[in-house]
Design a protein around this ligand. Structure first.
Ligand code: GLU
Length: 312
């Protein structure tokens, strides 16, 4: 069994990311899963210089470790290209020339709650039975969309329970690659999870809807076995919105640089995970005591009192 920690180096890790990574790591250590560290750096324009190194350092500072990696998605793009070719040759992906508006471009990344997701209306969808010439893959000007069936795709989430989404209704024929065959988040994550042998996906529940899309890609590409999914509620600010810059500086590096200990940070995360009143503890102790069944199913609110506990 293998799980992955998959930070996107698009910014520094904050308390919300840390909670998900800590739980993922603790589940791995409890269940004997190996851990892979995968840097999801395909989203070129949003990747920030130094953020990969920053993520690795801060995970180590928290006391987390991994058995494999770090591996970076940009190390080798050929597996994504091969998957795209397979989809096209099976008549399951088609070229699209629709103008790239900012919102469509945003759907390349993991679309987190609060981001706008447009439903693609199918403008460039080929006629039934129309063949797509593989040579179109050499056209740097086209994007590629998955011919998404109109059906619910159910799955059972280990934390959130039974789920079902119909990607066609939600987002339509979603992007699998943009210009110059740059793989989208949806395609890359499936290709990577499958080739790296990931069996356990643990992540924030803003990605629940993406799971149905990813399962469709697993099946379209003939990949498997499909991983088990565990989606965890997010940390939000007092305004109910996903933790972000507007809630002040909640980056782990900010606390570290002010001399706050990792044990103190984990103490707060542990309380948020249902371990009782906050007190300082190491990642190892957290892993010994954490129980998924006792984790609150509601979103966690980061309040001013929490910030004070961290000495800000
Ligand atoms: N790299 C993604 C993120 O930081 C995680 C994607 C995933 O776990 O599938 O949101």
């Amino acid at each position: 069994m293998l799980t992955r920690l998959a930070p996107s180096p698009t910014g520094a890790l904050h308390l919300g990311n840390a909670r998900t990574f800590l739980v993922n790591w603790a589940l791995a250590r409890q269940n004997g899963w190996r851990v892979l560290l995968r840097i999801e750096d395909l989203d070129g324009p949003r990747v920030k210089a130094g953020a990969s190194e920053g993520a690795i350092e801060i995970l180590q500072w928290l006391g987390l470790d991994w058995d494999i990696g770090p591996v970076s998605q940009t190390d080798d793009l050929t597996p994504y290209r091969a998957a795209l070719e397979r989809l096209v040759s099976r008549g399951l992906a088609y070229p699209c020339r629709c103008t790239r508006s900012q919102i469509l471009a945003a759907s390349l990344s993991a679309p987190h709650a609060g981001d706008h997701e447009l439903r693609y209306p199918g403008t460039c969808r080929p006629a039934p039975g129309e063949r797509i010439d593989l040579s179109r893959l050499d056209d740097p000007e086209v994007s590629w969309r998955f011919l998404t069936p109109d059906e619910p795709v159910p799955f059972n989430d280990a934390f959130a329970g039974p789920q079902s989404f119909n990607p066609q209704l939600e987002v339509g024929d979603f992007l699998v690659a943009t210009k110059q065959c740059q793989p989208s988040y949806q395609l890359a994550v499936v290709v990577d999870d499958a080739r790296q042998g990931v069996t356990q996906v643990v992540r924030g529940d803003d990605l629940l809807g993406c799971t149905s899309r990813q399962l469709l890609l697993y099946r379209a590409l003939g990949l498997g076995p499909e991983p088990a999914y565990t989606h965890l509620p997010l940390v939000v600010g007092e305004d109910g919105r996903r933790l972000a810059k507007r809630h002040g500086d909640t980056r782990l590096s900010h606390y570290r640089d002010r001399g706050v200990s990792p044990e103190r940070v984990i103490g707060l995360l542990a309380e948020w995970c249902g371990l009782g009143g906050r007190r300082e503890m190491s990642a190892t102790e957290f892993a010994e005591r954490f129980e998924l069944a006792s984790m609150p199913s509601e979103q966690v609110v980061f309040a001013a009192v929490d910030d004070r506990w961290l000495g800000s």
